[in-house]
Design a protein around this ligand. Sequence first.
Ligand SMILES: [Zn+2]
Length: 297
Amino acid sequence: MLLWGSCTEKSPISDNPNDSDPPGEVYVLPVVVHVMHNGEEIGTGTNLSVERIERQIEILNEDYRRKEGTRGYNEHPDGGDTRIEFVLARQDPDGNPTNGIVRHKLVIEDLPENIPNTEYEQYGYFSFWDSERYINIWTAPYPEDFANLLLGKATGPDSDLPGDSLFQKPFDGGAEGIIINWAHFGESDLEGGHNLGRTLTHEMGHYLGLLHTWGTNECETNDYCEDTPAVDSVVRNSEPYIGCNGEEVMIANYMNYTPDRVMNVFTNDQIDRMHYVLENSPRRTSLLTSPGKDEVK
Ligand SMILES: [Zn+2]
C-alpha cells in the first residue's frame, strides 16, 4: 500500500512493502528435505517428485499460517496464525544455489560401525546440513507395510519450557531434525487417514517445542497449554468426545493422532511456546538469520 501525504508538492511517499503486512513479525525458517530412497527413478516410489515435496511445504505453510481457502484455515476461538513460514533452502551450506532437496540412495550396509543406532544419526551420516542454519527433514524409505504404523518422528528443542524432558534429544553436536515415512510425506492416495501432509505439520510442532495434547497421559499438567482441553490418553478419534474435567477434546488440534482431514488448529498457547523456542533455543533462534533462505547473489 502506498501512503500519500497531503497538500504539499513534495508529498512523502512510503514505499515500505511492510505497510500492508498484518501486524507482527513473520518467522521464516529454511528447510532441507533429504530424500532417502531405494534407488528408484525420481518421482517413483520412495524417490519423491519435486512437485510432491514442494506441495508438502506449501501445505505446511497453509497450516502454520491458517491460510483462508485452504484446509489449514480455522475459525476456532482459541486457534491462531502461528506467523511461522517455511522455505525450501535456496543456498546450501557451501553457499551454492539449491532447490532445498537432496537425494541419497540409502544403503544401510555402508554405515560405519561407530555410528550410533538412531535413525537421526544414521540418515544424518549420509546427509545432514548444519542445524544452526537449516531444519533437516528426511523422508524415510520404509517398506510399504509400515504405512499407518510408523508415520514420523522428531527431535525437540533445548529449552527451559515445562515438559522439555519429554522431547527426544539429539546427541551432543549430533544430527537432529524430522523423519517422515515417505508414504506420509505430501498428498497422496494412500489408504487410511494420513495422506494430506499433516504428519509433517505435527512433527514440526515437536521440533518447535510442542507436546502431544495428552502430555504424559494425565489430566493435571498435560501439554502445558491452558487452551488445549486436557485429555489423559492418545487422541485418535475423528468424532468429538469428552476428556478430562467434562471438557470436549479438541480433536482438530495438529498435536493429536487424529486423521489429517480433521486437523486444522494450533492454539494461541501452542503458538506462544513455538515463539518462545524460536526466540530462545539454540539451533532454533539461529534459523531466523540463516543465509540458507537467501538466493545466492
Ligand atoms: Zn507426535
